[in-house]
Design a binder for this molecule. Structure first.
Ligand code: NAI
Length: 491
């Protein structure tokens, strides 16, 4: 079988960076180069202030990128010289973004494949040798056929390109443990001799650290669809629990108890059953919409409606949460101050794409509230940029918005706290502190900081409300301090 010596990963984002770092760290004999046209991102990957935050990432990057004085020579590189790196590699990982299309047919639903297409055109243009090309990005069914077609038209005659599907299942916030110990590695290929050989070559790269039982080789198109299906089912669990949470609030049940009871059933399992203000992140929404669009284009309209309803419930949940805030604050937010705790779409990431915070903040700004946001990781510029690009009304509401350096600053003079990200810092429960060795000292301190709720109570206006969009606080303990607590799925 082909032995891979050089890998080029196109796309230095949340998937390309961590995946390449782990592959390089586990395969000292393979040279891994991550390329991107985004110069700022590539330059940041060369420093210790990485462009993305993931617990444990910096250690893995440093080991492979900087080498180690005793035994390792560096084998992880970052570059903007896309052409050279493609030309040199035997295996190319495509980790470019595949967002929802914003223009033309399928806008708002279908996946935008233009980044993938342009990366593959580039491969066609510059390749002088055969390549194995790996779809790591999440793609619609049969995207491999599109890529093969582009290559057939652009590449030099006589070269062979084998396309594999190898979707990435890491979750942000736990990317490094997910990559180091994956539930499974899917490798989809054509069942031709060359297809199977390419699959074996990629399997050998993962074989450096993943148990062979967990490396699954399947049909190319099954592999593409399995990724969309996995995300749809994960999001479906969240929307199912969130739908139940609405019922809990009306019948006097407690969603945490209901989830616990359901999760004890081994057929169901206990994970991904936490009620919340709604899911965010760059993937769930886009992948479900893509799946529904594919179903629709196959004239499977009922199937499309089924998948779309998962997104509908998510929108409903965000709106429902805002309506509850307005109702509790005596039906007017005008002139009131709301402290927002957390802006990232979940804890342990700085990623804010599709975060539920955007919708909730947009809604309360519209109601005339003053909003003071604090997130332990996300920078002010990113918060403003995210709100400006998504929130039509923010331009008029600029004066209503303050981004704060601390939770205390955010809640000073506030009528209510809205918890939108489940950062450990905000919980008043006693959980074992996890040491975070991933991102330098500053983040270590951040990860260990715990809010002093007694001090918070001294800073707020009366009555003091807490709207816990993540069900992370111990409500009884806070009620003793004089807070009024509103949790998801609890009357
Ligand atoms: P990202 O937006 O963080 O990174 C993509 C990078 O690709 C960007 O830096 C962009 O500049 C670069 N790029 C785009 N076109 C390029 C080209 N032609 N040449 C060179 N560079 C190019 O995206 P992210 O989050 O890493 O996602 C990538 C793919 O992985 C998507 O398809 C996503 O659905 C999938 N995925 C994402 C996961 C996540 O947690 N973020 C998890 C699993 C899959």
């Amino acid at each position: 079988p082909t032995r891979i010596k050089k890998i080029c990963c196109i796309g230095a984002g949340y998937v390309g960076g961590p995946t390449s770092a782990v592959i390089a760290s586990k395969n000292p004999n393979i040279q891994v180069t991550v390329v991107d046209y985004n110069i700022e991102r590539i330059e940041a990957w060369k420093t210790d202030d990485l462009p993305i935050y993931e617990p444990g990432l910096l250690d893995v990057v440093q080991a492979a990128r900087d080498g180690d004085s005793t035994k390792r020579t560096p084998n992880l590189f970052f570059s903007t010289d896309v052409d050279r790196c493609i030309a040199e590699a035997e295996l190319i990982l495509l980790s470019v973004n595949t967002p929802t299309k914003s223009l033309g047919r399928g806008a708002g639903h279908a996946s935008e494949l233009s980044y993938l297409e342009s990366a593959v055109r580039k491969i066609g243009e510059v390749a002088e040798t055969n390549k194995i090309i790996v779809e790591k990005s999440t793609v619609p069914c049969r995207a491999a056929d599109t890529l093969r077609d582009v290559l057939a038209a652009t590449a030099k005659p006589g070269l062979h390109f084998e396309i594999l599907s190898n979707p990435e299942f890491l979750a942000e916030g736990t990317a490094i443990p997910n990559l180091l110990n994956p539930d499974r590695i899917l490798i989809g290929s054509l069942k031709t001799p060359r297809g199977l050989e390419a699959a074996q070559a990629l399997a050998a790269v993962y074989g450096a650290w993943v148990d062979p039982d967990r490396i699954i080789t399947i049909n190319l198109y099954s592999s593409e669809l399995a990724k969309l299906a996995a995300n749809a089912l994960l999001a479906q669990r969240i929307s199912s629990v969130n739908a139940l949470s609405a019922m809990c609030e009306s019948v006097g049940a407690d969603i945490d108890e209901v989830s616990y009871a359901i999760g004890l059933d081994k057929r169901i399992g206990s994970r991904m059953l936490k009620a919340s203000v709604g899911f965010g992140g760059s993937c769930f929404r886009k992948d479900i919409l893509s799946l529904a669009y594919i179903a629709e284009s196959l004239h499977l309209f009922e199937v499309a409606d089924y998948w779309r309803s998962i997104v509908d419930i998510n929108e409903y949940q965000k709106d429902r949460f805002t309506r509850r805030i307005v109702r509790c604050l005596y039906n007017s937010l005008s002139g009131k101050t709301l402290a927002v705790f957390g802006f990232a779409y979940k804890k342990n990431t700085g990623d804010t794409r599709e975060t539920a915070a955007i919708t909730v903040i947009d809604n309360v700004l519209t109601e005339g509230a003053n909003v003071r946001i604090y997130d332990p990781l996300v920078k002010e510029s990113q918060i403003r940029q995210e709100l400006n690009s998504t929130t039509v009304r923010l331009n008029c509401a600029e004066k209503q918005l303050t981004v704060c350096e601390s939770a205390y600053e955010a809640c000073t003079g506030a009528d209510a706290i809205i918890i939108l990200t489940e950062w450990d810092e905000f919980s008043n429960r006693d959980e074992p502190m996890r040491r975070d060795s991933g991102h330098g000292r500053k983040t270590d301190e951040r990860a260990e900081r715990k809010l002093d709720w007694t001090r918070v109570a001294e800073l707020m206006r009366r009555p003091m409300f807490v709207f816990d969009g993540r069900n992370i606080v111990d409500a009884a303990a806070l009620e003793e301090l004089g807070f009024r607590i509103e949790c998801i799925g609890k009357a």
